[in-house]
Design a protein around this ligand. Structure first.
Ligand SMILES: Cc1cc2nc3c(=O)[nH]c(=O)nc-3n(C[C@H](O)[C@H](O)[C@H](O)COP(=O)(O)OP(=O)(O)OC[C@H]3O[C@@H](n4cnc5c(N)ncnc54)[C@H](O)[C@@H]3O)c2cc1C
Length: 413
């Protein structure tokens, strides 16, 4: 039985894991390290904090009273710098802490494109409260902000700074926004929507350098375009934070390799969250991490549990923008599309079907049925009996009544 449990990283995954663990009656002693100078909070909600819709206090998930009630020794603002597996201790600035069982939950590190000027003051990434506060401070009305990266995080950063009055330009390398979640048609609608809200969007834009002497001044693109900037946010992707595991000679691929029970190559060390690789897969959304948290808590309690990744769905947290994407929507042999367009209402829906199963859904402008479609994808439901009306959602099941007037629905193989 684990008496001394040490957890590295107080993020979304470890917070949920500790909840399950204490609910299951864990009576060992927990020491929780966090590089950030604070405990667990809802990282997803940094975007509403940035836009001014929430305060930091409102997104804290575990407060001092919770840690005290469960006897958690909090070591916040104290990064673990080394794991000594032979002696079963972790090393931090205050010395060594012994463990019987160790959990690594170090999340991801934002990727920084290696261009000249990347280290200038005023260049931030988007990962934690410090990044968020830096963007809030810089987003005075009329200030100029450049966001590099038109994915989920970049657009939330852009919308948040715009909501505070900054003039925001988004530079995106690819041909349309959020290309990992959206097809070109939905990406185009999103771009138009954001432009109507005052954002400038530059697709197919490659950053050449960030300009400035003592502080960022502007962003220079490969095509010679220069965008003045008081602040630059790089949101171009994340990498699993695996340095401790690599140094400790644990098995690491792109992430820390774990089995179905979240065990690493060392039986006394477990890992969960964005830092892990399971069956060749990495994770960047919170839903599968919560499953990992449940499995790891059960494992630590000596119960049987196995992690099986499930499909995830994505929504963009920009107020007034309705967007939903789930599953696989790439073209391919044997795949068919059902597409619904209502340009007047700015509504676009695309379902991707393979062998009478729904395998992907993209929706823009009206996402009310997103959860229902997501359920069909996850359950692998045979959609043959409802195919004629499928695109109109659950309300139309049972009778083919056609779509709203002015809309267009097409089936394309
Ligand atoms: C702005 C933003 C919006 C997002 N929106 C969504 C969304 O809408 N939907 C969704 O599903 N996902 C979203 N995500 C992703 C989601 O937040 C992550 O998937 C989730 O936070 C990952 O959890 P984690 O516990 O693995 O890592 P984290 O939550 O990042 O926690 C890891 C913690 O470990 C700490 N740490 C790292 N190294 C050390 C060390 N050596 N010693 C001690 N501590 C260390 C870090 O400081 C950090 O606090 C968003 C992310 C961001 C940044």
């Amino acid at each position: 039985m684990t008496r001394r449990l040490v957890v590295i990283g107080a993020g979304m995954a470890s917070g949920r894991m500790l909840e399950h663990l204490f609910e299951a009656g864990f009576d060992g002693h927990v020491t929780l390290f966090n590089a950030e100078p604070r405990g667990n909070y809802n990282r997803l909600m940094l975007s509403p904090v940035l836009s001014g819709e929430k305060t930091y206090d409102q997104i804290v998930t575990h407060d001092d009273a919770w840690y005290a009630a469960h006897g958690v020794a909090c070591r916040f603002g104290e990064a673990v710098t080394r794991i000594d597996r032979d002696r079963k201790v972790v090393v931090s600035k205050r010395g060594e802490t012994p463990y019987d069982t160790l959990v690594i939950a170090t999340g991801s590190a934002p990727f920084v494109i290696p261009v000249p000027g990347k280290d200038l003051p005023g260049v931030v990434t988007y990962r934690d409260l410090e990044d968020t506060n830096a963007m809030i401070a810089a987003s005075r009305p009329g200030a100029k902000a450049v966001v590099i990266g038109g994915g989920l995080l970049g657009l939330e950063a852009a919308a948040g700074m715009a909501a505070r009055g900054a003039e925001v330009t988004v530079i995106h390398l690819m041909g349309h926004l959020m290309e990992r979640q959206l097809d070109p048609a939905a990406g185009y609608l999103l771009q138009k929507d954001l432009e109507r809200r005052g954002l400038r969007i530059h697709c197919k834009g490659a950053t050449k350098a960030i300009l400035g002497k003592d502080r960022v001044d502007a962003v220079l693109l490969e095509d010679g375009t220069v965008y003045p900037a008081d602040i630059v946010c790089m949101a171009v992707g994340i990498r699993p934070e695996v340095r401790l595991a690599v140094d400790a000679h644990l098995e690491v691929g792109r992430g820390i390799t774990v089995d179905d029970r979240m065990r690493t190559s060392d039986p006394a060390i477990f890992a969960l969250g964005e830092c892990v690789e399971h069956d060749g897969q990495l994770f960047g959304l919170v839903a599968p991490l919560y499953d990992q948290a449940r499995v790891l808590a059960a494992t630590l309690m000596g119960q049987e549990a196995a992690f099986r990744p499930v499909q995830t769905a994505t929504k963009l947290k920009v107020t007034g923008v309705d967007l939903f994407s789930a599953g696989d929507f790439a073209d391919g042999p044997g795949r068919e599309d059902i597409v619904f367009r209502d340009p007047g209402r700015g509504v676009y829906k695309r379902l991707v079907i393979e062998g009478n199963r729904l395998i992907g859904a993209v929706m823009y402008g009206d996402t009310a049925d997103g959860a229902w479609f997501f359920g069909l994808i996850k359950d692998g439901t045979d959609i043959a009996p409802m195919r004629g009306t499928l695109i109109f959602g659950p309300a139309y099941r049972g009778g083919d009544r056609g779509g709203p007037s002015g809309s267009r629905c097409s089936l394309a193989a």
